[in-house]
Design a protein around this ligand. Sequence first.
Ligand code: FMN
Length: 223
Amino acid sequence: MTVTEAVRQRRSIRAFLPTPVSEATLREVLDTARWAPSGSNVQAWKIIAVAGDERDAVVRMALESMGTPSLANHDEFPVYPPNLWEPLRTRRFALAEDMYRALGIPREDKPARLRHVARNFELFDAPVGLFFILDRRVAHGQWAHLGMLIQTVALLLEERGLGCCMQEAWAQFRPQLAARFALPPEEMVYCGMAVGHPDRAHPVNDFPRDRITVDELAQFRGF
Ligand SMILES: Cc1cc2nc3c(=O)[nH]c(=O)nc-3n(C[C@H](O)[C@H](O)[C@H](O)COP(=O)(O)O)c2cc1C
């Protein structure tokens, strides 16, 4: 598989088969991913990988915490700004509509939509969860660097026929995750990632996604 194929093929996987992913496979992926670049090579990142009983305990912790008030957009690092502007707002809405259409969940069925959101906290049944840890003292640059590591992991998984879904949804359980992983006070979970073998037959893994065009993305000057 070429890098181009991996980038073009990768998509967020939100339904997984129960087939396990071995520690050896994951180690090999992360051993390569650690070559992702970071400004000044500071590598201000850490990953906690969970499987088996530990994975189940994290899932249980999240599901039990679901009734408690969400901290997602009230903590020091909200996932989205409070009033997302256009065209970002519309793009976000379109993704949700496309996904719920694939799942056969109509707009009015709020309980079903909420149940799907909660599937994030079951890691969409993936056997492995990765949690990307960042030191809260870092500047904006290091947040961007962590993104490079995350996408590198995703592409390496793709190359191995595995799939993943990056999950900012876990931000709402930052305090609970920090406690579970015994993180020191300066560390926090940025996001999670469900990792496993994609259920290729599931419609949630098959709906068309959109992207802005290359001319919306980039300006070409002086060519
Ligand atoms: C950092 C990050 C966090 C994300 N968090 C979630 C999430 O919590 N739940 C979810 O279902 N998808 C999540 N996504 C997936 C995005 O919705 C998805 O990448 C986007 O719609 C583009 O679709 P694609 O990944 O299939 O190309 C996240 C993506 C990124 C990059």
